[in-house]
Design a protein around this ligand. Structure first.
Ligand code: ZN
Length: 361
């Protein structure tokens, strides 16, 4: 906080290189020094912390970069979506207006620093706190892993973060949750796709994975290796097929045996692997939307690496957040038997239409 006493002049006689004034700004302002700006930013951070128990996570300048690293956060986190505001509004709604004079506030509000990119914020700030620490270091690791995935994917295990994931899963599988037999899961197909492949909508086989030769790489499966992907609800299933408005069939499928699963949806702060798995689950390594909606193909390399680790560690399945519906989850069976009837039975079929994906922030 400032210890100055009395009024300040509208202009001061500080040397040019020691004084700052807002660029392109209209209105009364004072020239301020670097230390004025620093103490104002310290006080502003304290106010944000006291009002929101949080901090500035990005600004207009670095929003895209933030979203590219953490696609799950703007998509799913309500506090991120609701705690964005113009920086002037944010300043005016703190107690700082009772500490600095109006002319000082008029100047200093142009010098709020984004804690992420270090730029002076010209428009909006977003206030959000990840549940894990060392965010900047993890972002560097995300970049490194995406590059390895793009250039030399078979060398993934040379990276320390990747090695930690494998080591963690080998231990965590011993305390992993189990999806009980008798759980309802859902799979949708468009009516057109079922009929063009010569199948019957009432037949369980119509909801099996495609033949091996047609299987391309997916979020968790390698090309040519079919895996069964299920949705947690009919709505998620009909959004996941990516055919909004098209007639589709949604099958309710009931599991016939317990499945030990890796949970990437609910990762409690007290969980031993929280500092590793929470950033992983909300990052571009796992939660990037499909091609055409964001980052391209390399998004699937690390998620397939995680599937390999989970499979090797002894998991039967992975539960992960839907990138289509903000309230949805999916389950992928890592080691499906060759026949779908060995893992689920058909409980019902509903005629529906494909749903649009939830809006991405
Ligand atoms: Zn920024």
């Amino acid at each position: 906080m400032s210890n100055r006493v009395g009024l300040r002049w509208i202009t001061d006689d500080a040397a040019e290189h020691e004084s700052f004034r807002p660029e392109h700004a209209v209105g009364p302002y004072l020239t301020v020094s670097e230390s004025d700006i620093d103490s104002f930013n310290d006080a502003f951070s304290d106010e944000i912390d006291s009002d929101f128990a949080s901090s500035i996570c990005c600004c207009d300048v670095c929003f895209d970069d933030f979203r590219d690293h953490w696609p799950d956060v703007p998509f799913r986190r309500m506090e991120f979506q609701t705690q964005s505001m113009g920086v002037f509004y944010a300043v005016e709604n703190t107690r700082l207006t009772g500490v600095w004079s109006p002319a000082e506030i008029s100047t200093l509000r142009h010098f709020v620093r984004c804690e992420r990119c270090g730029e002076y914020v010209a428009g909006n700030i977003w206030i959000y706190e990840h549940t894990f620490s060392d965010v900047a270091a993890i972002e560097s690791q995300i970049d490194e892993l995406l590059t390895i995935g793009d250039e030399t994917p078979f060398l993934m295990l040379e990276h320390e973060f990747a090695r930690r994931v494998l080591a963690h899963l080998r231990i965590a599988v011993k305390q992993a949750g189990t999806l009980a037999a008798g759980t309802s899961l859902f799979r949708a197909r468009t009516a057109a796709s079922i009929s063009s492949s010569g199948q019957y909508t009432g037949d369980l086989q119509a909801y099996a994975p495609p033949p091996t030769r047609l299987v391309v790489e997916g979020r968790f499966n390698h090309a040519g290796t079919p895996m069964l992907y299920f949705a947690s609800s009919p709505e998620v299933a009909s959004a996941e097929i990516g055919a909004p408005g098209e007639p589709c069939l949604i099958a309710e499928l009931v599991t016939s045996r317990p499945l030990v699963f890796l949970d990437l949806v609910e990762i409690d702060e007290g969980d031993p692997g929280h500092e590793l798995m929470a950033p992983l689950a909300s990052s571009a390594l796992l939660a990037a939307p499909r091609s055409g909606e964001g980052w391209l193909k390399k998004q699937y390399v690390f998620s397939r690496f995680v599937a390999d680790c989970a499979r090797a560690a002894g998991y039967d399945a992975i539960r992960y957040a839907s990138t289509k519906r903000i309230d949805g989850a999916n389950i992928v069976i890592l080691v499906p038997p060759l026949r779908i009837e060995e893992i689920v039975s058909l409980a019902g079929i509903e005629q529906s239409v494909g749903l649009a994906a939830s809006k991405r922030y």
